[in-house]
Design a protein around this ligand. Structure first.
Ligand code: APR
Ligand code: PHB
Length: 393
């Protein structure tokens, strides 16, 4: 068995792990990232595309903002379509000028991989059987195998940024870990197509047939979603059926302007709310999807991961550069306070805009009234806007 040493061992080469590795390396703190899959596999996953302004700033601080700033689009508002009309939420007006950046997670991840490579950062791909050891001691370590050889990595801290299915959360004893979960009775069928987006800003649509979302990756690449029963299979959805269903859920004038084309990706994602507490166990720190999942309605998945990384980054900087452990000691509590607010917002947006299979007429009237209230109240609009652009770190 080979034995190596690093300061911070990071499990998972998704956006969370890569961003932390990049930020720390720039401040002279040594990290190694251990990723189960190949880089191409990680980059093949199509995920969301709305970055809070705080996350965009963190990408810039990581030295990874150049392409995002050149190719991403700043959005100052979103539309909510309901009862046949479009109402706009002016994000900038209601937040004193804050906006979001529309830039795909795949591109964020690509830029992070490029930056890691440019700095000579170490990312070990196809690391198998990663296991965590002695987490409560001051000498934690992890083991893994690659190409048939076993390795041991000694470190100060282990970061579990290995997504929902990774080993890190499972390394916390069950009498310590508390998990909160809500599974929604529907999924999102998503289509990526090389067509011009139907609207310059995102449209979130509430309709009696179900929710729909019009999003984009660029001016020539659209991303659309419709709510479907969780029992549906993508093979049962032809492109024609998808476009027809999407149009039926949009206001008539919007539907009339929708450019359709062949799908280049089509998949169904389940919707779930999930939080694991605490996010720290000894010298293991969880971040991103390893600790929490949101339904995508509020565009908070990647952004919640980024806020964890912000707190961890500053906690680790304080430890290594100032010998101050207050940030690390408070990490779980601080990160979870913001995570729960993103959870609440995502749950509220999901409830506001979806058709629930078992809902009664009274529930639909509550939804409609929630929307009527929203667009009649600057206070309500400001609340939506400040959550959508991202609460302060
Ligand atoms: N060993 C090493 N790596 C692992 C292991 C393992 N046993 N299990 C999982 N991984 C890797 C996965 O292959 C993946 O690349 O961990 C990475 C986790 O990445 P993500 O799932 O993308 O999670 P994260 O980096 O926290 O990204 C934030 O928020 O809502 C989401 O879509 C959003 O994926 C985004 C996430
Ligand atoms: C996306 O573009 O994929 C997207 C945008 C906003 C959301 C969810 C997904 O709320």
């Amino acid at each position: 068995m080979s034995i190596t040493t690093t300061q911070v061992a990071i499990i998972g080469g998704g956006p969370s792990g890569l961003l932390l590795s990049q930020l720390l390396h720039r401040r002279g703190i040594e990290t190694v990232v251990f990723e189960k899959h190949t880089r191409d596999y990680v980059l093949g996953r199509i995920r969301a595309g709305v970055l809070e302004h705080g996350f965009a700033d963190l990408m810039r601080e990581a030295g990874c903002g150049e392409r995002m700033d050149a190719e991403g689009e700043i959005h100052e508002g979103i539309y909510i379509a309901h009862q046949g009309r479009m109402d706009r939420v002016d994000l900038a007006k209601h937040t004193g000028g804050d906006t979001v950046v529309v830039y795909g997670q795949t591109e964020v991840t690509r830029d992070l991989y490029q930056a890691r490579a440019d700095m000579g950062g170490v990312v070990v791909h196809q690391a198998e059987d990663v296991a965590l050891h002695d987490l409560k001691s001051t000498t934690p370590y992890l083991t893994y195998s690659k190409d048939g050889t076993s390795h041991r990595v000694n470190c100060d801290y282990i970061i579990g940024a290995d997504g929902f299915h990774g080993p890190s959360r499972k390394a916390i004893p069950s009498d310590v870990l508390r998990e909160y979960e809500k599974v929604y009775p529907f999924g999102w069928l998503g289509v990526l197509s090389e067509t011009k987006p139907v609207s310059p800003e995102l449209i979130y649509a509430r309709h009696d047939r179900g929710f729909a979302l019009c999003s984009m990756r660029s001016q020539v690449l659209s991303r659309y979603y419709i709510q479907v029963p969780i029992t549906d299979n993508v093979d049962g959805w032809s492109d024609d059926a998808f476009w027809a269903e999407l149009k039926s859920r949009l206001p008539a004038d919007v539907a009339a302007g929708l450019e359709t084309g062949p799908s280049i990706e089509k998949s169904i994602a389940p919707l779930r709310s999930f939080v694991a507490e605490p996010m720290r166990y000894g010298n293991l720190f969880l971040a991103g999807d390893a600790a929490h999942i949101v339904p995508p309605t509020g565009a908070k998945g990647l952004n919640s991961a980024a806020s964890d990384i912000y707190y961890l980054y500053h906690g680790l900087l304080d430890h290594y550069l100032k010998d101050d452990d207050a940030g690390l000691e408070g990490y779980s509590e601080t990160a979870l306070a913001r995570v729960w607010k993103a959870q609440r917002f995502s749950w509220w947006m999901t409830n506001l805009l979806h058709r629930f299979p078992d809902s009664a007429e009274v529930d639909r009237r509550f939804q409609q009234t929630d929307l009527d209230y929203l667009f009649s109240s600057d206070a309500a609009l400001a609340s939506l806007a400040e959550n959508y652009v991202g609460l302060p770190y």
